[in-house]
Every structure is written in C-alpha cells, then in structure tokens.
Design a protein around this ligand. Structure first.
Ligand SMILES: Cc1ncc(COP(=O)(O)O)c(C=O)c1O
Length: 456
C-alpha cells in the first residue's frame, strides 16, 4: 500500500487542474456563496455519511431521514400541499427523467399502451427533457418562443397538444435566457385537456421564492398554479449544496408510483428503487440537510439579496459598455449581446484570457444573436467591480493575438482547429465557430467520436 500523505499531495496537485470557484471568476456550473463555514459544514457532512447507501433506507435510516427533510423543505418553498409527494435525486436530469417517466406511466394507464407518447416543450427547454424522452422512447414536439420575451409561445403550445401528448414541460426559468414561461396560461389550458404539466424549476426552485419574498416580480410558477402536476428543483444550484441533490415533486401519488421500480421476484434482496440510480451515497443529502439548517430561510434571503445586487451591478455595468439583455430580467441569469457579433467574440476572448469563465451562447435565427451568459451567484457581489474593470478593457482593447490565430486556423481547416480544444482558454469560441460551419447531425457524430477519444 502507498503512503496516504503522498496520495494526498497528488490529489492536491490534481485539484490545481480546476478553476477555484472561491475566486468568483466562474459564472457557470457552480453556485458559489463564498461562505467558507458553509463549505466546511457540507464537507463534514459528506465525510460523515460517505459510507451510507440510500439504496436501502431500512438499513440506512439516515438516508430516509435526510430525504424526508430535504423534500419537506423543498415543498415548503413551492407551496406544495399535503397531496404533493417527492423524491430526492442526484440532479436535475434525474428529476426530469422521473417526471417524464411518471407522465408516460399515467398516459399509458389512461390511454393504453399504443402509439408513441409525446412531450411538448419550447425550444429553450433544457436538453435533459430531450434526453429523458430519448431514453424512454417518447417523441418530443418542440415549439417556438416569442422572439421578444423568449418565453414559450402559448398558441404554439396549444397547437402542439394532441391526444398523444403525455406531458408539457415549461421552465422557471429557462437556462439560455433566464425567463419564466407563461406557466399559468398554459397550465390552465392543459388542465382543461387533462394533460399534465411539469415545471422545470431546477434553476429557479430555490431562489425564485426568495426573490418574491424580497418584493421582486416573479411570474407564478409553482403549485399555486392550477394544472401544474410536477416540478423539479435543484438544491445543488441555488440551494448552495454540494453536487448530487435535486428534488422532484408530484402533485399526486399516482405520478410518483409511476417512477418506482420494484423487483420482488429475483433471487437476491427485494429491490425497490425510487430513483434511476440504485446504490448511491446519502452523503450529498446529508450535506443538503446541513446547508438548509445552516442557512435557514433568513440565510437564503440574504444570499438572494447578494445575488440580485451582483446581477444588477453586472447588468448595469455591461449596459454602460454597450451590451443589451436579449430577454427581460426575471432571474439571476443574464444573457447579453452587442450589436456587432464580432465584438461579442472579442469580449469573450479577452475575458477568458483574463481568467473569467463566462458563457458564450450561439445565435438562434429569429430569436437571439450570439450572447454572453452569466449564471450569477452570491460570490459575484464581491467581484462585480473587478469583473467590470476587466470587461471595460476587454471591450475597448483589440482582439487578442490568440483569437486572431484561432480564426486563421478555423478559416483554413475548421476540423483541425478542434485539436486545440482543451489546450486554450478560447475553447468556447472555437467550439462555437466549428459548430457554425458544419451541419448539426454531422456535428453530433463528431462530438460522439471526440468524446470517445477524450476519455480514452
Ligand atoms: C433549466 C435546467 N434544467 C435542468 C438542468 C439539469 O440539471 P443537472 O445538470 O443537475 O442535471 C439544468 C442544468 O443546468 C438547467 O439549467
């Protein structure tokens, strides 16, 4: 056996491969509070409960305890009544997978097994909805969004609904543009047609309720809206818990039953799974319980104030530099563009070279030009001024040499430019430009091949 201290040294070395979210330069994937006590507490909970297996809550009673508590806190945020039941999962994708599975189960029970059940969603719906439909052999019907508001087009949703519709999925908010779909209008119509509606509040579930409490205008999105039959909300986003915790809530027990896989016939242990995964550590749930109790409602309100303060500073500063928001401001997500597309690339490149990890979203004909995407977290309140100083230099300065070289290579041979991915801070731009130059299906095939290579 090796010396653990040497292995620890190596782990610390490996850790240096990643961006440190505590520096506040990451505007995607991690929802950083900057609160070191919170992080320590969550890490301690993970350490204490690593060796638990939520597969069997009769053996690991802590797993049952944590799940009930986590679901109960989530329910309290989204006005879920007594009839609402929930499941803790390992992430938004798994929650959505279960919501889609539940809808398929109810659809088949009420309408028989024939035909391919359909999921209606706006184009802005998260890919996990398409992934769920793909895994579950269902068809997705994608509808446009209003070009101004970027919200699902209500009439288009109504037109897409048919006798084959098993579920409509709407977002609160959608990821690309940060706006909340017209949930009330659509759910009312869906309810008349007896079509279930899932609200993907993976991003908003743990922050919109606090924004509302602080007096922000928040479009109704939760169980107060009649016709909403299920809702997903991720604790590992604006709940500020370590990765591995989301909750899916069902308005009716029948839906939850459709997600439970039971095998009591095989020769091993009686298997009852509420989630896609079977064996899984309860550690993230324990950490979520600890974070919920540490922050409490007051702590969440405080974090929300900081997020809004950061968002408003960043929005105001970007506007002064010539950016405009491509959609109304309804959440902590910002998507901002410039009149000149090439300036967006220059800005992204200059910011990336200064160590900021920010999103670059593609243009979508008739909807939005290329835009900068920021997922704003509490820590960004501290770094907003620094960001805006760099932003000013990035917009006023020339394009960096690295960008000019990347453009030359892309011009000559777009595919060989792919070899640069992972080697430069300009990945996002190279990927965007390659995707622009090749047809979608070919791009998907290449992405699969490259992924196989990367993980070899
Ligand atoms: C709106 C929305 N829904 C669902 C998901 C999926 O969440 P996860 O990455 O936890 O699976 C995301 C992730 O960004 C999201 O933004």
């Amino acid at each position: 056996m090796s010396d653990p201290s040497i292995i620890l040294e190596k782990l610390l070395d490996i850790k240096r491969l990643d961006v440190d979210p505590l520096r506040g330069r990451l505007f995607t994937y991690i929802y950083e509070t900057g609160d070191v006590q919170l992080k320590k507490l969550a890490s301690k909970a993970i350490e204490l409960f690593t060796d638990t297996n939520a597969l069997d809550p009769t053996v690991f009673k802590s797993a049952l305890f944590f799940e009930k508590e986590v679901v109960s806190f989530a329910k309290s945020l989204v006005h879920a009544g007594d009839s609402v039941v929930g499941t803790a999962t390992y992430g938004g994708t798994e929650s959505i997978m279960l919501a889609v599975k539940a809808a398929r189960w109810v659809y088949r029970r009420t309408r028989g097994a024939g035909g391919v059940p359909e999921v209606v969603l706006p184009i802005t719906g998260h890919p996990s909805i398409r992934k769920a439909a793909h895994y579950l052999d269902m068809r997705t019907i994608e509808v446009p969004v209003d070009p101004e508001t970027k919200k699902a087009d209500v009439e288009a949703v109504k037109e897409a609904v048919s006798s084959r519709t098993a579920l409509i999925v709407l977002s609160a908010p959608n990821f690309p543009y940060g706006v909340i779909d017209p949930i009330r209008e659509i759910a009312e119509y869906a309810s008349d047609k007896s079509v279930p509606v899932h609200v993907d509040a993976c991003v908003g579930g743990f922050i919109l309720p606090f924004m509302e409490e602080l007096g922000e205008r928040v479009e109704p999105f939760d169980f107060r809206v009649e016709g909403v039959t299920s809702l997903s909300m991720d604790a590992h986003k604006y709940g500020y818990t370590p990765k591995g915790v989301s909750v899916v809530l069902f308005g009716d027990e029948e839906f939850k039953k459709g997600t439970i896989f039971v095998d009591l016939k095989w020769p091993g242990y009686p298997l009852i799974n509420t989630t896609v995964l079977s064996s899984r550590s309860a550690a993230p749930l324990a950490a979520a319980w600890a974070v919920f109790n540490y922050l409490g409602r007051k702590g969440y309100l405080d974090m929300t104030r900081r997020v809004l303060s950061a968002r408003n500073k960043l929005y105001g500063g970007m506007r002064r530099l010539g950016f405009y928001s491509v959609a109304p401001l309804e959440s902590p997500l910002l998507s901002m563009a410039l009149d000149d597309e090439s300036e967006v690339f220059k800005f992204h490149a200059n910011m990336s070279l200064r160590g900021w990890v920010i999103g670059l979203q593609p243009k979508l004909e008739g909807v939005a030009p290329y835009n900068i995407h920021l997922t704003v977290s509490p820590i960004h309140d501290k770094v907003a001024e620094e960001y805006l100083r760099d932003a000013k230099e990035s917009i006023e300065g020339p394009p960096p040499e690295e960008l000019v070289k990347a453009y030359e290579l892309l011009e000559r041979d777009p595919l060989s430019a792919a070899s640069l991915i992972g080697e430069t801070p300009l990945d996002a731009i190279i990927i965007a430009k390659i995707l622009e130059s090749i047809p979608g299906e070919l791009a998907e095939e290449i992405a699969r091949q490259l992924t196989v290579e990367v993980f070899k």
